[in-house]
Ligand binder design. Structure first.
Ligand SMILES: Cc1cc2nc3c(=O)[nH]c(=O)nc-3n(C[C@H](O)[C@H](O)[C@H](O)COP(=O)(O)O)c2cc1C
Length: 185
């Protein structure tokens, strides 16, 4: 896949095939890659917690909020839930570093046929409690991962400017993106 195609492919995925679980080698490869990304002062303060075990996945899931714009959907049903997670943490709030790391993982995952949903609408305190994360660490982002079972299509931005994504009756997820001329100043 060339890079432009990879960027197009690396859409947010929220439904996964639980019968094709991720394996530790995939997750380690993703975190190993993210070791090399740029970060402020090269301080490398981010830490990554990999969650693969089924019961641990089950304890993380209730602390995530899925697709706020899909009002009548409570998130993936059993059988379509993520089969792995990477939690991004650090001692300080490293917003920019987190974004660079998360997008690198999402692109690398897409290249491996793995779908990702970055999740910021999460119950950080509960997640810390459930996984006994040290008091001095902050939970920044959860990346939900798995083998995709949903189709996502990029759409032109409607004239109304409404940027919410939507799902059509056939289950396809549609995500509007602004045109090039609309983002250039
Ligand atoms: C920082 C960040 C936090 C996000 N948090 C959530 C979330 O908590 N739950 C969710 O379902 N999607 C979440 N998303 C996914 C966005 O809704 C998604 O990126 C957006 O709809 C555009 O779709 P696309 O990624 O396919 O371009 C998040 C994305 C980013 C970048």
């Amino acid at each position: 896949m060339d890079f432009a195609e990879l960027v197009k492919t690396a859409r947010t995925i929220r439904r996964f095939d639980e019968s094709k679980p991720l394996i530790e080698r995939d997750m380690m490869a993703l975190v190993d890659m993210v070791r090399l990304v740029p970060c402020g002062a090269n301080a490398q303060t981010l830490r990554y917690k990999i969650i693969l075990d089924k019961s641990e996945r089950g304890r993380l899931f209730p602390n995530l909020a899925w697709a706020g714009a899909l009002k009548d959907w409570d998130g993936p049903a059993e059988g379509e839930r993520p089969t792995g997670y990477i939690i991004i943490l650090s001692e300080k709030n490293m917003g920019l570093d987190t974004g660079i790391a998360a997008q690198t993982i999402q692109l690398a995952a897409a290249d491996m046929g793995i779908g990702t949903c970055m999740m910021g609408a999460i119950q950080r305190d509960k997640i810390k409690e459930v996984f006994s994360i040290p008091e001095n660490m902050q939970v920044h982002l959860v990346l939900a991962l798995g083998r995709p079972v949903e189709t996502v299509v990029i759409e032109p931005m409607p004239e109304s400017g409404a940027f919410s994504y939507w799902r059509s009756e056939d289950g396809v997820h549609h995500v509007p993106k602004r045109a090039l001329e609309d983002i250039l100043l």
